[in-house]
Design a protein around this ligand. Sequence first.
Ligand code: GAL
Length: 818
Amino acid sequence: MEISKCCLLLLVASSLSYIVCSTTVSHDGRALIIDGQRRVIFSGSIHYPRSTPEMWPDLIRKSKEGGLDAIETYVFWNGHEPRRREYNFEGNYDLIRFLEEVQNAGLYAILRIGPYVCAEWNYGGLPVWLYKIPGMQTRTDNQPWKDEMQNFTTLIVDKVKEERLLATQGGPIILLQIENEYGNGDIEIRYGEAGHRYINWCANMAESLVSDVPWIMCQQSDAPQPMINTCNGFSGCDGFTPNNGNSPKIWTENWTGSFKIWGSPHPHRPVEEVAFQVARFFQSNGTVQNYYMYHGGTNFGRTSGGPYIATSYDYDAPLDEYGNIRQPKWGHLKELHASVKLMEKALTYGEVVEDHLGNGLTITKFSGDGIVPGCFLSNQNSTVDATISFQGTNYFLPAWSVSILPDCKKEVYNTAKVKTQTSIMVTKKDNAGDQSKDLRWSWKPERLHDSAKGFGNSFTVNKLLEQKTTTVDASDYLWYTTNVEVSKKESFTLSVSTTGHILYAFVNGRLVGSEYATGGTYNFIFERKVTFKPGKNQISLLSATVGLSNYGAFYDNTPVGIVGGPVKLIGKNNTILDLSESNWSYKIGLDGEVRKLQLDEERWYSGVIPTKRPFTWYKTTFQAPLGSEPVVVDLLGLGKGEAWVNGNSLGRFWPNFTANPDGCKQCDYRGNFQTNKCQTACGEASQRWYHVPRSFLKRGEPNTLTLFEEAGGDPNQVNFQTVTVGTACTSAGEGDALSLSCQGGRTISSVDFATFGEPDGTCGDYESGGCGSDEAVAILKDACLGRESCSIKISDTIGTSCAKLASPRKLVGQVTCS
Ligand code: GAL
């Protein structure tokens, strides 16, 4: 951030002098105006609790290097106020430290307070204790809700002000958000008139807290003034115009990919598509654009919402889950940012003239007195390439691409012409050693019998309770236990109707079966044959949630658990014994959770380690991998549960939930994007690798990995690896430079393929083609071997063995980093 021109030297009463560098932020219908200048702003989302404070400076630095001006984050209410009026602003919830890191890097911040945030975050960010407040109805014109929302919003604003973090105080925050996508779909409509009143109240409340930094409301077409309504989505805010002539066009969520779901393949969004939409946004008068996500990160602990959102929140973002640079996404967008910035003045002050040539071709010119004109040439046709003749020059535009001509003459960038290297990330054991053989496991059974009997804090009522309101989300697990008397040995079908997400049924302490909701439907009926002994029999049902709902009108009322049932015993001749109103005893959480086994130093069992045994705790010690590359633990072989390193939760794991085998077809970036268009890992574990942040690890002394295995698994294959660039490929044409680089101090150890011209295949899988391969390989070896990075200028003297190859020459290369 530039030092503001409005720095004021103030004399305070004590006669000490200090400098207040305040930045003014306002807007008109054209742009955000910072210190009197209309600006183009590139921003990216990094959610602070999805990484660690130790990772923040590096993530922010890489964001800045990638050409961002601002970092956006939500504020996560249920992380900050886990119990009413008990606050947590420590560790990865240290919001102030995060904002200070943004400021230290010289970037702006966009703070989306919500405090409803959606975000694939548990319960959309709302604390479950809200339920306990009499008369509570969230996100509407309801006094108890408004009191709580205002209380938390005020707390955050006060904290931020205390630390002088608003731009007008000299801090980084240039925009604030209240609520989130309340106007989406039929959400506001379903809250009725009260919903409208609520949105007006939100606007007034926000404005009363801060009036000199603009507030936004996303996806809120009726946003009351002075709130700026903004848009979210994949396609460049197509057809979106703010509801007021004084509001600039802001794209709050440009989804760089999507979130991972247990049991689904991994979603990807090609950078050519992202860049195309960003360029079109600026072509159509956009001025503030935020990548959701720029770094997705990890849902540590039990923070994922959804339900069924995986622990990895990688999002296919420009920085991967672990903080590595994802190429070519990061680099191609970096070039885009630099190219758009070259015409910032024209975009924000120029007059716009659009020329539609037909077939999806458009020329847009921004020009004015004393301004260097800037142009976009776009081809929105999803299949047909085109050549546009403009001011006497021909410009080649691949289908679904935009060219940027910052002086309306020279094309400096085309969204489909990717020059950045492709990096294929790999996991490596070289720094970690082959630990799978060395890891010595010990184990403990979860004390099911005691839990099933209602041992510990338990209570009894004669109905089937809703789970999250009973546990207040203190655990994923709730035990429902009842007794049934029969006079003789008898068989029944036990039938349990549940709203999910997972059910385990025990009769007389023995597991008789389990089931989990699949395919996005969370209601299911579990049925199993059971046999009762004469006398008293015990039925224990363990219901497990996998993150609470986070989206939709009244989403917070979505029931979970065996609420209301019915739970029935179906006997011979279809006789039905309805147990729904029997005496049910409840126990919240697992015994091991209550006893905090992940911190437990007491004796565990060693010797033969049971495998495929549900409800088992495992523990091992390991040495931290050397170096500084990100560390992951491979949990293939395990079923479902939670993992901890040195007491820090890595999140839920579920490697035995494999993705649908279909749906990973070849991906064409051209044409409108949907999340299932470009998927990988079909038929594989939906998440096999789990991030172990370096700050969770101790160097030179043993670290402890604890696993709670709920479904039954085998820890013997578990091992630690590091993540780095394995293979890098790129190509460059005459006049350009071919650049390749490794990461994490690794060097180029071999040149695996090189040629002039167009080879067959893709990075990691080139076959043949082009010409002069021997010469091309020799050139790359000479320039790159043994180096962390290399760059080769492509001139007309290069590739002499391909002299007959038509100009322009192109060099393609693939190398290994190790
Ligand atoms: C939006 C929402 C975000 C996030 C996103 C999907 O609708 O505002 O918080 O949930 O969808 O990743």
